[in-house]
Design a protein around this ligand. Structure first.
Ligand code: ZN
Length: 263
């Protein structure tokens, strides 16, 4: 066992007894990192408290022989107040990001760009107007997938690479094939293949959010129904391309997003 330090945020926790649990962290230096938390839930514990949606300095024991090490100490570096004003909405979008990364990140492989990006996302999430939350999340979803090697083709036909602008007809829906990984133009469509129809506006929005920085996305208003459709389209795409079929079928965050709908 060796003592190590790393900065990290919590992706998920699994309780396995009154006092102990396994915590899945996203750490700057080690990527997805499972650590056992022995007795940390006890009120008598003198150790620093774990906190969701916060940057923490972790001290932990790691072992080459055992699959997971365990937490020695925790210190909060920066907390992101997603529950101020009792904002269920912000918490749902924060949990959605954590769930997505929990599913997609490979274990113990550093992804420092994505780590920094997640922190920027949490920061924006805690400060912007609620009506911009869906666009911010979609931009996060698209960029995280890209950084992990999943890049849906939204500006070009995924068959012949023709630009979408060259086969767009008035306001006809564009066909997205989760299996082929993007938009399919009329000449490349095949009988029997399953498509998700995206409105011209919806596709333009998704395509621009794929290129957008978080500050750029944080000023785009999207209707809730449109946002849910676009998130579901991306989740369908991932089901085909990530090998995480059953896990993504049960995406809790889609349910949470639905239930966080205002009004
Ligand atoms: Zn084509």
């Amino acid at each position: 066992m060796s003592l190590e330090k790393s900065e990290a945020v919590i992706l998920r926790m699994f309780n396995w007894s009154e006092s102990s649990r396994t915590v899945l962290f996203f750490s700057r230096e080690h990527g997805k990192l499972p650590l056992v938390d022995r007795g940390g839930r006890s009120l008598k514990s003198k150790r620093g408290r774990l906190q969701p949606f916060a940057r923490m300095q972790l001290t932990f024991y790691s072992s080459r022989k055992e699959s997971s090490g365990y937490i020695s100490d925790v210190e909060i570096v920066e907390a992101f107040p997603l529950d101020k004003e009792g904002t269920l909405g912000r918490l749902a979008y924060g949990s959605a990001a954590c769930e997505l990364l929990y599913l997609l990140l490979p274990e113990k492989e550093a992804h420092q760009d994505l780590y920094s990006y997640l922190l920027s996302y949490f920061r924006k999430l805690s400060e912007i107007d609620k009506k911009f939350l869906p666009a911010l999340f979609l931009a996060f979803f698209l960029r995280s997938m890209s950084l992990l090697g999943y890049h849906p083709s939204l500006g070009y036909c995924s068959g012949c690479r023709k630009e979408v602008g060259r086969f767009e007809k008035n306001d006809a829906k564009q066909m997205f094939s989760p299996e082929r990984g993007g938009i399919v133009c009329p000449s490349c469509q095949k009988a029997g293949e399953r498509y998700i129809g995206l409105s011209a506006d919806g596709l333009r929005l998704l395509s621009s959010l794929q290129q957008a920085s978080l500050p750029e996305a944080a000023v785009v208003p999207i209707g809730f129904q449109e946002a849910t459709n676009l998130v579901e389209t991306l989740a369908e795409f991932l089901r085909f391309h990530s090998g995480l079929v059953s896990e993504l079928k049960a995406l809790e965050f889609l349910e949470k997003l639905r239930s966080s709908q205002p009004g």
